[in-house]
Ligand binder design. Structure first.
Ligand code: HEM
Length: 444
């Protein structure tokens, strides 16, 4: 296997064919991929047989806004102002500055933000998401101070954290995941339900361990890398185009957000611009030269190749194994895939794999027929729904689980929140479409 200069020891690179139409022009012979740390390397083998390695996740498996509050009390304290329950901000609009994990060109005033997750500065959309949830927490604190002037900082912080996480969970299921897999699929799986009852639901199972499925985080959910657009459009309140930014020019360097009205324009642009469709064609920037400014490598990466290799790294099942597990018929030949993948896309797989059983999940999952209103194919829906069910069932703190501590009125308030209302509240934006995840047409 080829080694690039500076390749870390824990790398398992992907060799690039010498006739690759793109990389061969630049003499790139391999795409670097760094192996995930496992329990074996860290010596955490107490609970498992010595020979068994499991990948270690640096974040929590719960949908608990750990990207906003970080994963430990100590780290979270570093993000708090300790005044009126608020998280630290600058001018009540942006996050505190940190240069950690940041790639700032020499002799500039550029900067990164201090966030609850080291990836918070990775790309501008993600950074805007970080900012929004910090500001929404602080908006809650202002309301709490008005309503409960006798509450101290700690009480306000904890109550607003709980409210913020609940709002985020509600929006994630009601608007984001339902857009990805379709509202009916969520409803049929009892992940969403009509509001005839204001009560919580007794879904919590104390015997269920809260873990992210490897097939979810290293397979199905990465299928959405296909929707990335490398040209980030900006728009004003009337959704008139205000120029664009290039994704790769601002990775690990979000300072541009504070220049002029970039934050608002980019936010409105994100809710105006249509994402790519899941399918065999990725934005070329994502599969040719996705540059991370902090990467030790001279050349950028191919995210889809990276995802396929990550699936192998984590030992997730082959495409045929996963489709069977999801209840689709056993596939013994390429033709057996025709129930979920078009003939045209099966030809692509045939040209790459000798046997149908060799097909990597990530490679085939993006080629499945998308069934509207879902944005992804059938096995991807299957894995996402399984993960969503576990996220609710295994989380003692899930917002509408009847173990939780919201009153009926508080739950009704949370159900009245939408992504649009959050954006309007903290994004310095006056007009948003009611269904934020359904882009409106831009005025050109
Ligand atoms: C500009 C947009 C994005 C960029 C540049 C990006 C890039 C990346 C990179 C570099 C990784 C780590 C790859 C590895 O080493 O294995 C990753 C992981 C991941 N990405 Fe993205 N991504 C983007 C958007 C998205 C979107 C829209 C989704 C889904 C809605 C998504 C879902 C994931 C998931 C689930 C992981 C695995 C996380 C983990 O296991 O820790 N990404 N992404």
């Amino acid at each position: 296997m080829t080694k690039l200069p500076n390749t870390p020891a824990n790398c398992f690179n992907v060799d690039v064919s010498s006739v690759d139409p793109y990389y061969s022009q630049y003499n790139v012979t391999c795409i670097p991929v760094i192996s995930t740390k496992t329990t074996l390397e860290l010596g955490c083998t107490a609970k498992v047989p010595k020979s068994y390695a499991d990948q270690i996740s640096g974040v929590t498996a719960a949908l608990d806004l750990s990207a906003t509050y970080d994963i430990s009390t100590e780290k979270c304290n570093g993000l708090r102002s300790f005044v009126n329950g608020k998280l630290l901000t600058r001018n009540s609009m942006f996050l505190p500055i940190s240069l950690q994990g940041c790639a700032i060109p020499a002799n500039t005033d550029d900067f990164c933000y201090k966030t609850g997750d080291f990836r918070g500065n990775q790309n501008l959309d993600l950074t805007m998401n970080q900012i929004i949830w910090v500001l929404f927490h602080n908006w809650c604190c202002d309301r709490m101070v008005e309503i409960n002037p006798h509450w101290n900082d700690e009480k306000i912080f904890q109550e607003c954290r709980k409210f913020n996480i609940a709002s985020n969970q509600y929006i994630a299921y009601n608007e984001v995941f339902s857009t990805i897999v379709g509202y009916k699929a969520m409803y049929d799986r009892n992940l969403l339900y009509p509001y005839s009852s204001l009560d919580g639901r007794s879904k919590y199972d104390p015997h269920c361990e809260l873990n992210a499925l490897n097939e979810f985080s290293n397979g199905a959910f990465r299928v959405l890398h296909a929707i990335i657009v490398a040209c980030l459009k900006m728009a004003n309140e009337n959704r008139k185009g205000m120029g664009h930014l290039r994704l790769t020019e601002h990775m690990t360097n979000p300072s541009v957000l504070e220049r002029n009205d970039t934050f608002q324009y980019l936010l409105l642009g994100a809710f105006t611009q249509r994402p790519n469709k899941v399918g065999p064609s990725f934005d070329p920037v994502v599969t040719r030269n996705l540059r991370f400014n902090i990467s030790p490598f001279v050349f950028g990466t191919d995210l889809h190749t990276n995802d396929i290799q990550r699936g192998r790294n984590h030992g997730i099942g082959s495409y045929t194994a996963i489709r069977t597990k999801c209840g689709f018929k056993n596939a013994e030949t390429f033709e057996d895939l025709e129930d979920l993948i078009s003939k045209e896309n099966i030809e692509i797989l045939k040209s790459l794999y000798e046997s149908v059983h060799d097909i990597d999940y990530a490679a085939a999952a993006v080629l499945e027929n998308v069934i509207p209103p879902a944005q992804v194919g059938p096995t991807v829906i299957c894995i996402i729904l399984e993960e969503l069910e576990r996220l609710q069932k295994c989380d003692r703190y899930w917002w509408d689980n009847d173990q939780n501590h919201f009153t009926q009125l508080q739950m009704a308030t949370i159900r009245s929140i939408s992504l649009a209302s959050v954006i309007c509240t903290v994004g310095n934006v006056e007009y948003m479409q009611i269904h934020a995840t359904k882009p409106v047409d831009p005025i050109t």
